[in-house]
Design a protein around this ligand. Structure first.
Ligand code: KG4
Ligand code: ZN
Length: 534
């Protein structure tokens, strides 16, 4: 049945206004508690001789001053039981967390096998994989916590950013439970959840703090002023560091069934991190933005120039010499990838302290934060600046249900939640999801460079590092040294001039570098072609 309604998952805003959603919510009128009181409210009301409509400590956020909201300390509400559901990318996760931060259960079903097979997340397949296991994952989370749905206070679920098809599976499940058991729902921002899970780990961690969130799809530097209040100091202009780890691991022929990042980290331990002189990205840009597409290309070129047959020979069958070369590439990549983080973080600390001199903590979270080398290097950055590094344990750095449940608790306590779905809500209702959903406002000092580069990204002549996807049947024609012939090329840079690309290409096994002038008609074709960054 086609849905006629578009219910919101806290807050109710249009897709276009999604980026500013939290701000809009804060200005919304105070919500009334639902007529179906959540269990903890029911418990409170039952034990109170003259029950207030709103229990102490649970004032809706709109009645609090902004200073109160910003300085919100750890909520510590042991009476709250929150189920968290996460399906934004390739992990199906659920957890039950108590309002004082106690983790009662945590279940993750990974799609690593699919990832290894297809070399990336294929949305349709990921959606099917989520749909296949979501019921079991949630049931196990409840069983492990020795609870049933009726014991819960509310349900939290990721509503963005992420893959729309995948988000929908989690949201559908959350609404189904919420409808059946009359539970409020909290719609959670995936990246905020990566940041806030640190507050379970370190209960003294209070706002404001500086956060670096590094995952497969995001590279964010944020100043966290308060719950739902972030200033974006930097972001990636192309790929995130996790994507660079994943692709490099694949090209090096590693066993990526347990994830590209961990596989590369392990091999890097055997290598010489100075062996290959990769360039550190974006040094000329004095901002806090990131770029990893170019480093990916450098890895690819290093593999090609050493004539390593990584596609045909997995690392397990490589000769000793071959393995050493791959380890050197891995270690050199990791050193430069993390040096890029360090440099941007150092500048971000300076920017953040200028705005908020009281900052004491530097939070590093997201999948890549489980990397030991990353943690050690960023601890230096923190210490050199008199900050304390807070990094969740690896199981809470990678995608998990705990971070969603916890962030749900924080917003729930602040009064930000949706009432339980109506009993007659159809099962095939279309929900509002937020696949592209920035975490915060851009910091003005970081804006100019990031903007111009982001705008440039849509134009091939300014695309930082891309590979023309060519299946051999329809090659891109380029003019190389006055010859016109079909080639496969790796684009590793671009000139300012429209239609001219610096690239390298293979000619009888030799890698040549050239400035290519794309014919006008092919430039058009390049735009339309499937481009795949490498
Ligand atoms: O946060 P996350 O689990 O999912 C996203 O939101 O993307 O992050 C996944 C990313 C993947 O790119 C994975 O390879 C990377 O985190 N990762 C690591 C490590 N563990 C996971 N990267 C480097 N070293 C690791 N040990
Ligand atoms: Zn994530």
């Amino acid at each position: 049945m086609a849905a006629t309604l578009l219910p919101s998952l806290s807050p109710p805003v249009s897709r276009a206004a999604a980026a500013a959603a939290f701000l809009i919510l804060r200005r919304a009128p105070p919500k009334r508690f639902p007529s179906h009181h959540p269990p903890f409210l029911r418990r409170f009301l039952a034990s109170s001789p003259s029950p207030p409509t709103i229990p102490p400590g649970l004032r809706p956020i709109a009645t609090m001053s902004s200073a109160e909201v910003a300085a919100r300390a750890f909520p510590a509400r042991p009476d709250i039981l929150m189920l968290g559901i996460e399906t934004s990318c390739d992990d199906t996760a659920a957890a039950v967390v108590r309002g004082d931060g106690e983790i009662l259960s945590q279940v993750v079903s990974s799609q690593a096998d699919l990832l290894a097979r297809y070399g990336g997340v294929a949305p349709k397949m990921a959606e099917e994989a989520h749909a296949l296991v979501i019921d079991q994952v949630v049931q196990k989370a409840l069983d492990d916590a020795n609870l049933s749905e009726s014991d819960l206070s509310a349900v939290s679920v990721t509503i963005g950013p992420g893959l729309g098809l995948c988000l929908r599976v989690g949201v559908h499940k959350a609404r189904k439970i919420a409808k059946e058991f009359g539970l409020p729902i909290v719609g959670v921002h995936h990246m905020e959840a990566h940041a806030l899970v640190s507050r379970i780990v370190n209960k003294d961690l209070d706002f404001p703090f500086l956060g670096l969130l590094i995952s497969g799809g995001h590279n964010l530097l944020v100043l966290a002023h308060g719950l739902g209040q972030y200033v974006q100091l930097g972001t990636t202009i192309d790929d995130a560091i996790g994507e660079a780890y994943d692709k490099s691991a694949r090209w090096l022929g590693l066993d990526i069934r347990k994830g590209g990042g961990p596989a590369l980290e392990e091999l890097a331990l055997e290598g010489d991190s100075e062996a290959i002189k990769f360039r550190v990205p974006m040094r000329q840009h004095k901002d806090c933005n990131f770029s990893y597409a170019g480093l990916k290309t450098q890895v690819r070129l290093a593999i090609e120039s050493l004539n390593l047959c990584t596609e045909d020979i997995p690392i397990s069958s490589a000769s000793e010499e071959d393995r050493q070369s791959r380890a050197n590439i891995a270690a050199s990549f990791q050193r430069v990838a993390v040096l890029h983080l360090e440099e941007r973080c150092q500048r971000a600390v300076e920017w953040a302290l200028k705005m908020e001199p009281s900052i004491k903590y530097f939070v590093v979270s997201g999948g890549v934060a489980s990397n030991k080398y990353v943690r050690i290097r960023l601890n230096h950055v923190a210490e050199n600046n008199g900050l304390q590094l807070v990094t969740p344990p690896p199981s809470l750095c990678t995608d998990n249900g705990v971070m969603i449940a916890w962030t749900g608790i924080e917003h729930f306590v602040a009064g930000r939640f949706d009432n339980p779905p109506a009993a007659d809500e159809p099962d095939d209702m279309q929900y509002e999801l937020r696949p592209r959903w920035p975490l915060g406002e851009e910091y003005s000092e970081g804006r100019s460079v990031a903007r111009s580069m982001k705008t440039a990204r849509i134009h091939p002549s300014l695309t930082s590092m891309i590979k023309a996807y060519d299946d051999g049947t329809d090659p891109i024609q380029c003019q190389v040294a006055s010859q016109t012939r079909p080639i496969r090329c790796l684009v590793y840079g671009s000139s300012e001039q429209v239609g001219t690309l610096r690239c390298c290409y293979k000619n009888n096994g030799t890698i040549l570098h050239a400035n290519l002038t794309l014919h006008e008609q092919y430039l058009q074709k390049v735009h339309q072609q499937k481009w795949r960054s490498i």
